[in-house]
Design a protein around this ligand. Sequence first.
Ligand code: OXD
Ligand code: MN
Length: 594
Amino acid sequence: MSSRSPSRLTALNDWVASVAALTQPERIHWCDGSAAEDAALKEAMLADGTLLALNPDTHPGCYLHRSHPGDVARVEHLTFVCTTEREDAGPNNHWMAPAEAHAKMDALFAGCMKGRTMYVIPYCMGPIDSPLSRCGVEITDSPYVVANMRIMTRMGSAALARIEREGHFVKGLHSTGELDPERRFIMHFPEELTIKSYGSGYGGNALLGKKCHALRIASVQARREGWLAEHMLIVGIENPQGQTHYIAAAFPSACGKTNLAMLIPPEGYREKGWKVWTVGDDICWMRPGADGRLYAINPEAGYFGVAPGTSARSNPNALAMLDRDAIFTNVGVTEDNQPWWEGLDDRVPVTDWKGQPYDPAKGPAAHPNARFTVSAKQCPSYSPKAEDPRGVPISAIVFGGRRASLVPLVFEARDWTHGVLVGAGMASETTAAATGAVGVVRRDSMAMKPFCGYNFADYFAHWLSFGASADKLPKIFHVNWFRKGSDGRFLWPGFGDNLRVLEWMLKRCEGKAGAVETPVGLFPRPEDLDLEGLTLSEEARQLLFACDREGWKAEMASIGEYLAEFGPRLPAALEAERQRVVSALEAEAAKAAA
Ligand code: OXD
Ligand code: MN
């Protein structure tokens, strides 16, 4: 522990000094990321109740944190992008003028760390020696944030050394404040590479390396520098011939990214030698390499995953990494002090996430957005390539959402421009990862609605701009694991069986699998997928692979209304592409009527 700055970087020291003058902490602690530092912080958090130790026999090194019950998710209505021109933030973001936002935040931060310790966390998003990585420094008064950042990022001395070498970094200032929702804001200043977050201790609001830096600020840097910062998992699929192909997939929060990233192949596939390798479960930074392909890194070093629903069936890899050295937030606890959440198993917990005796009549034991934080290295399927500074070459990009109707199991975009339209038009039912109503269908372009740090119209143009070198780019697909039948139940088993769909995609990339051309994209027939060992109902076979032309006409009209919200800034090529799909649907209808 050190209160003296270990850095010779004037810009960093000046910023830390100015924050200290504003927030007036009792102590300043520069984090070195060491095990000793982590142990000391955890001991202090155990002493003051911030952390509770879990069963040391079944879960060594595991802790429970109970957040304030009103501080359990991201707060999109309190999250702002503060650009000089309102139009640069776009209709997809809440906007505030930078001067007004700074004044508001600085008033909240004034004196807020009195009597507290101010932690300075130098961190690197991505492998420490990768040219694709980017660094930042988070200042916070929360030791819980420090402990989580140590898992989620490469934090401490090595990151500081890189920051000193590069001379620049993203500045993130955070205080839990009073945890008063009336005094809670998450502000981004992309033009200054700065974040100010006050009044929440929740992951996405407080671990500033994650959503705030690696998506909102990084998306702006990426546009400027010719790369992509995306809300995507990265998974490697090894075929029986020993070749591994990588897929990047964008799904909205709490739609199964972690499960897909850690998928266990179905038995028949395992026997043939298929393997799955996890590179990342939430964020993907991709850049064209010298060969024109897109190369991707996972900027994170850990998983901040949704606990409820995680089980031996849904994600055995996740369970295997959660029995040691993990932080659980807002889960229930069993009689023998083990963490528990809905969907885990048949045991009945004794305590709920608020620390009250568990009573099913009063709600779930774990909050629906309860989380685990764990090092990526603990994942049994962690890819040996995840630390490769060059990143992994991406063969396919997948967009997907929760759609009970219309959207088939999978389809392929005809080319890059069509793929960008498919991503831009994506929609999904909302989940508990953000406050607000759950289960409402909303457009969530590229699963980036809450995370793009600039105007979506410019973001779509940026995506389209990659099309110039189209021959080496990944193919783009859309999936929907959540289609429901007439009885309201899911038609597709999901989880490990999703590999059947991924295999079809990779075969399409190699020209080795069939598909039928429709106005909406290229659809497989049931026989184009390996469905051996799977029992699908007749309804499932019908609906999962069908193109409902009338339904798609309405969907394309609705996408048109959504895109029109972006006004004249929307790239003409995107609207032209939509028109092309509409015309193709109409031409087919006319042919059928003739
Ligand atoms: C997350 C989210 O925490 O998307 O990953 O909310
Ligand atoms: Mn996410």
